[in-house]
Design a protein around this ligand. Structure first.
Ligand code: GLY
Length: 297
């Protein structure tokens, strides 16, 4: 079975297109997941992740990230950090400890500084203007990447600046293991993007992995996790999108949105932009028309 990778949103497409080259240069799975996420974190055009992320109600950008290694089940996470250039690198470094795996706010920043992670003023002029005008658009959120290497080792990483205008200190699903991400190489991995409060109520990433544990493939597990949760909450309107990859290399995606774009690597290690169509409950490949008409990240 070939190398497998799935990531959220169109914003991940450009770096996913470079994975083929990274594989030739023998990047590890962790390095590839980090590279895809860092490319999104570093791009100020994407206003829901990293540099250029939209700020909280006090005009401060607070970032969350998580990483999980599916072989050891080790995880690392940070939340509410300010002025850290690449939150994913700080989160993934925390998988090494037996304790102190999830650090928050000033403690996480102190750790990042001690370990020499780069800092950066994360509020861009564009984000500051939006904050001043309270303009909300392009509010798609978390970059999530799940991978499986040629040895069957799996991992997942996520990074976000969370909700625009959130209360200072508000943390969503992304750094919360089982909600924003989960991965077990013996079963599969899953990750979520959308309104964190909705996702946390259903522990949706853990739910998907549990459905895969029961034998469902990645697609069926995403559908079962989302639709049974929506039923449980009386079909209240939600903004939730999910991706998964099972140990056999099958991809899955599901969403409450009309269109949820995500990216996969095909059998030739080429990136392909796919779309889960919420109304039709099916996945299509994005064509030029779709790409030209899509307004989001
Ligand atoms: N899903 C990201 C957040 O709600 O913060």
């Amino acid at each position: 079975m070939g190398y497998k990778l799935i990531s959220t949103w169109k914003m991940s497409y450009r770096k996913m297109s470079e994975v083929k080259e990274m594989l030739k240069r023998k990047y590890s799975l962790q390095e590839i997941i980090e590279a895809v996420i860092m490319a999104v974190e570093d791009n100020p055009d994407f206003q829901s992740v990293g540099y250029g992320g939209l700020p909280n109600s006090e005009g401060i950008v607070e970032l969350d990230a998580g990483y999980m290694d599916g072989d050891s089940l080790a995880f690392g996470a940070i939340s509410g950090v300010r002025n850290i250039k690449n939150p994913i690198l700080v989160a993934s470094s925390l998988i090494k400890g037996k304790t102190n795996n999830y650090l928050t706010a000033r403690g996480a920043e102190k750790y990042a500084k001690e370990k020499g992670f780069k800092s950066r003023r994360m509020l861009t002029e564009k984000a500051r203007e939006k904050y001043q005008n309270r303009v909300k658009e392009n509010s798609h959120d978390t970059i999530c990447v799940i991978g499986r290497d040629l040895n069957g080792s799996m991992a997942v990483g996520v990074s976000t600046s969370g909700l625009f205008m959130k209360h200072p200190g508000r943390v969503g699903d992304s750094p919360i293991i089982g909600s924003g991400y989960y991965c077990d190489s013996q079963i599969g991995g899953a990750a979520a993007t959308g309104i964190g409060e909705d996702i946390m109520r259903g522990c949706l990433s853990a739910a998907i992995v549990n459905y895969m544990r029961q034998g469902l493939n990645a697609q069926k597990a995403c559908q079962e996790a989302l639709f049974s949760y929506l039923k449980r909450v009386n079909n209240e309107p939600k903004a939730i999108s999910l991706i998964a990859l099972d140990k056999d290399g099958n991809y899955g995606a599901c969403s409450t949105l009309p269109d949820f774009p995500f990216v996969i690597l095909d059998e030739n290690n080429q990136a392909r932009l796919m779309v889960y169509r919420g109304q039709e409950k099916r996945i299509i490949e994005a064509d030029e028309n779709w790409i030209n008409s899509y307004q989001g990240d």
